[in-house]
Design a protein around this ligand. Structure first.
Ligand code: ACO
Length: 311
């Protein structure tokens, strides 16, 4: 019976076994994964846009090569994650259609503009730094294809984080104007980066079940705290200031206390009304339309190859 299957399923999870595509799984487990992995895939793809904006304006050839490689990695992560989602019985076309129709979510962070070169540093340092904390946890998530995808993705994210931090370090050791640019980027990206971890545990609708199924192994608030604890000393080394007057070390808890996040801003961005939501979706739709001839040519070619095999 389904009940027995569910007990067996939970037992497998509790024992620390991975669930693989052909294993039995509750429908809700499948749906939750389609939701989370596809949101993650969309985030990687939309995430190429804010940084892609600076490829043609990178200050040196070395910076351009590194940024190009990074943005290309994001594309790879997106395709990898779409493939992982497809193992759950949904097609990539459907997923992309959901994104383009504005029905799918992707990370709030990519709806903010990249105004200066220092933003490329801040994104690598903070946004990829936050992504790593979240994704290292996901290398031990219970669904096999997702967990394995995360191992490789985390290795690449760690290169992204370092290239970002190195840009910040260079700017902070540069002229006064360069240092101000770095400070301005930190001031604008700090709070949105904290929002990446999602609503507080009390407000998070999916956490309880996702913890039970070991999809998540740490809660949104735990990961956010871990990110803050890691990042504050790094800002200290750069010599720039985190824009939070309530941020201070708490001897008792062994963590940093921090100020109130603007949740109204967060939900506003998630609902599609952030500074760049429209621009991002327009860019994705237009890229898809302009790429139609490539997809057509590729499938024509594949068709020809298939016919060759039979004659
Ligand atoms: N941006 C947009 N939507 C968000 C965000 C965010 N930063 N955080 C939470 N949400 C959404 C959730 O998707 C969920 O919406 P839904 O019910 O319509 O799917 C809702 O807010 C409630 O949040 P939670 O119950 O906390 O959702 P969940 O348990 O899925 O936790 C989290 C959110 C932590 C983001 C989780 O989905 C996750 O770990 N995802 C994988 C990592 C990822 O997607 N990273 C993308 C950014 S990193 C990068 O691309 C470089």
């Amino acid at each position: 019976s389904t009940e027995n299957l569910e007990i067996e399923f939970q037992h497998k999870i509790d024992q620390g076994y991975n669930i693989e595509p052909k294993d039995w799984m509750p429908e809700k487990y499948r749906k939750t994964h389609i939701r989370q992995i596809s949101q993650h895939a969309h985030s990687e793809i939309v995430g190429m846009l804010p940084e892609g904006n600076w490829i043609t304006r990178a200050p040196t050839l070395r910076r351009k090569v590194a940024l190009l490689a990074k943005v290309q990695d994001e594309a790879g992560h997106g395709l990898y994650l779409y493939s992982a989602t497809e193992t759950l019985g949904i097609s990539r076309d459907e997923l992309i259609e959901q994104l383009h129709a504005g029905k799918a979510k992707y990370s709030s962070i990519f709806n903010y503009p990249t105004l200066t070169w220092a933003d490329i540093g801040a994104i690598g340092w903070l946004v990829d730094g936050a992504a790593i904390i979240n994704q290292v946890m996901l290398t031990r998530t219970s669904y096999g294809p997702y967990a394995r995808a995360m191992v490789r993705i985390c290795k690449e994210e760690s290169f992204h984080q370092r290239q970002g931090y190195e840009i910040m370090l260079t700017l902070c050791n540069g002229t006064e104007v360069q240092k101000q640019m770095a400070q301005d980027a930190l001031s604008r990206w700090w709070w949105p980066s904290l929002m990446m971890f999602g609503p507080t545990d009390a407000e998070s609708t999916h956490t309880e079940l996702s913890m039970k199924w070991k999809i998540k192994r740490k809660s949104n608030d735990e990961l956010r705290q871990q990110f803050i604890d890691n990042t504050v000393p790094q800002a200290g080394i750069l010599g720039i200031t985190i824009p939070d007057k309530d941020l201070k070390w708490n001897e008792k808890t062994g963590h940093y206390d921090f100020g109130e996040i603007d949740w109204e801003e967060f939900w506003n961005v998630v609902k599609g009304n952030g500074p760049c939501n429209k621009q991002r979706l327009d860019a994705r739709r237009s890229a898809y339309e302009k790429g139609a001839w490539v997809r057509e040519a590729a499938s024509q070619y594949a068709e020809k190859q298939r016919n060759k095999e039979f004659t």
